[in-house]
Design a protein around this ligand. Structure first.
Ligand SMILES: [Zn+2]
Length: 74
């Protein structure tokens, strides 16, 4: 039995885009066992390779705010 409330709703995942460049976002999964992870691998962030930003996903809800995104270019 695998149950996770962290999964993004498929219909939502299909329409969300980077708020900055309107490009598609890539799932970044947090593996089980990592700090903050639940039993199952889950989508932890949504990454935009164009903007080099990673948007957090909290409780299955993507936080698409540039101000809260993590920079991934160092
Ligand atoms: Zn972007």
């Amino acid at each position: 039995m695998s149950h996770s409330q962290q999964t993004i709703e498929p219909w939502l995942r299909g329409i969300i885009r980077c708020p900055q460049c309107k490009g598609e976002l890539a799932d970044v999964e947090r593996a089980a066992g990592e700090p903050g992870a639940t039993d199952d691998a889950e989508v932890a962030e949504l990454r935009c390779d164009t903007c080099h930003l990673a948007y957090p996903v909290e409780g299955g809800v993507p936080v698409l705010l540039v101000d809260l995104a993590r920079r991934t270019d160092g």
